[in-house]
Design a protein around this ligand. Structure first.
Ligand code: ADP
Length: 482
């Protein structure tokens, strides 16, 4: 990796404004999933270091909350600008540790930066209320205040955006944020910290701690100085963290797993549906929580859609993310690859047919050929579990009611997609879907201006948009006697 700004690649944590080396032999290796090479090591911080970081964060936040929103916005704007100025280097670091193609990594950096710009502005608009008082001799005023010290635990699939989506509203609102990035992708988080420091974000307001999730997560959840935890990751870990937060009753934002249906009705523009399917399913090699997980296709267009999708998939190119012609990087690790293989084996055993892919790629490692499966049934594991890989299973339905029933037949409720032209059907189905987000004739839904989040086992809270900052604000009511 040749960076224009080599200072962005760090092997220390950033805690309370200081770059902290591993104080013992406790380190974590950061591996390039495309090559298996170790890029560098980062500290595996202890619970005691986590506690000390929370102490520093607590002190720092007392001053940060007193700054005006406009002052905070100015600093956040400069962080935003520095991220864009370093977009190519940040993308290279991301591709090295995560595997996604450079173009996608560059896109994620722009998306990550956009949250900072958006919330820098939103921070200026945390309006309160004056409520008409029912009493002649008192007045009622509502103000909004920062929640306080916040922690974030973030995943490896979007190593930058999942951090800024939490840190930007927190900082804009006057909170401080201590981030524990995924152990697979700490380098993007540390690079963001380099630029946060350069932007003038005061010591302790944005910190990055790396290490064992159980040890650090244990302290972040148990410590009563942490008033809010924002987590993006699996539903199983989300449940565990919610339990761990119960004794100190922290506020929680949980962005958890999904099992997105992608419904293709007989009146859909099939070519547009295929384009949307490719974008929704194969982006990041299928490793996003809003990736289409189940394609529900109306019987009369099932064969045509399957054929067009299988054809479109052959145009995807698997390889190293650094190759500009590549659209599909490796899966994050061997465990991810094994899961994909076992899901496909289960589907084939149950009678599914592979019409594209269905095997490891010649490049070896964790590269997998984009796959399309037909004749898939609701009893198979692919219908129930988050695939998190480049596999599109196609289910058949006859009626609108059946499509809705199948789409909602899951514990998850993050994103859903539907392709149809009949406006009545579009409304009916959109309203019937038990999901936090619905892509209508659109396979890409993420933007900083819209509320991202799920229902049911997909979590709590919304990120991005004008709603996202509320998660970092407390409402305070002032009853004023005259
Ligand atoms: P994934 O399957 O996508 O890796 P995880 O939920 O395991 O999803 O990981 C998401 C984030 O949660 C990562 O930062 C990971 O280190 C962290 N994590 C995993 N297990 C725990 C845990 N027991 N306590 C705290 N954090 C955890």
């Amino acid at each position: 990796m040749t960076l224009r700004n080599p200072a962005l690649l760090r092997s220390e944590c950033y805690l309370n404004g200081a770059w902290v080396h591993a104080d013992t032999q406790r380190t974590l290796n950061v591996t390039n999933p495309a090559t298996g090479d170790i890029i560098t090591t980062v500290p595996a911080c202890s619970a005691a270091q986590t506690r000390a970081a929370i102490e520093g964060t607590t002190l720092a936040q007392r001053n940060w909350r007193k700054r005006t929103a406009a002052e905070r916005a100015k600093i956040l704007q400069s962080w935003y600008q520095l991220i864009l100025d370093n977009q190519d280097d940040l993308a290279q670091i991301m591709t090295a540790e995560q595997g996604k193609p450079l173009a996608e990594a560059r896109g994620e950096i722009a998306y990550a930066a956009a949250f900072i710009q958006w919330f820098a502005e939103e921070g200026k608009r945390t309006y309160g209320d004056v409520i008409p008082s029912p009493f002649p001799n008192s007045r009622i005023v509502v103000i909004k205040e920062p929640v306080g010290v916040c922690a974030a635990i973030t995943p490896w699939n979007f190593p930058a955006a999942m951090i800024t989506r939490k840190a930007a509203p927190a900082l804009a609102a006057g909170c401080a944020m201590l981030v524990k990035p995924a152990e697979q992708t700490p380098l993007s988080a540390l690079a963001l910290a380099v630029l946060a420091e350069q932007a003038g974000i005061p010591a302790g307001i944005f910190s990055v701690i790396t290490g064992d999730p159980v040890e650090i997560g244990g302290e972040l959840t148990a410590n009563d100085k942490v008033r809010k935890l924002s987590f993006t990751g699996s539903t199983a870990v989300g449940r565990l963290l919610m339990q761990q937060c119960a004794p100190t009753l922290k506020k929680l934002s949980l962005e958890l797993g999904g099992n997105a249906p992608f419904i293709v009705f007989d009146d859909a523009d099939l070519d547009a549906a295929v384009t949307g399917a490719i974008a929704s399913k194969y982006r990041n090699s299928g490793q996003t929580c809003v990736c289409a997980n189940r394609f529900l296709v109306q019987a009369s267009v099932y064969d045509a859609f399957a054929e067009k999708l299988a054809q479109a998939v052959t145009a995807l190119k698997v390889g190293h993310g650094t190759d500009p012609t590549v659209t599909q990087g490796p899966l994050i690790d061997e465990a991810a690859l094994c899961k994909v293989e076992s899901l496909i084996a289960d589907a084939i055993a149950g009678g599914a047919t592979v019409i594209g892919g269905g095997r490891r790629h010649e490049l070896g490692g964790t590269f997998y050929v984009p796959t399309v499966l037909t004749d898939v049934a609701a009893s198979m594991r692919v219908a129930k579990e988050e695939i998190f890989g480049p596999v599109a299973p196609l289910f058949k339905f006859d009626t609108e009611a059946e499509a809705i029933q199948m789409a909602n037949d899951t514990e998850f409720g993050l994103a859903a997609y539907l392709y149809a032209r009949d406006i009545g059907r579009v409304w009916r189905v959109s309203e019937a879907l038990e999901y936090g987000m619905v892509g209508i004739n659109s396979g890409v839904i993420s933007t900083e201006v819209a509320p991202f989040g799920g229902q049911k086992s997909s979590g709590l809270g919304r990120e991005g948009s004008k709603y996202g900052i509320d998660e970092y604000l407390e409402i305070k009511y002032l009853h004023m006697g005259l």
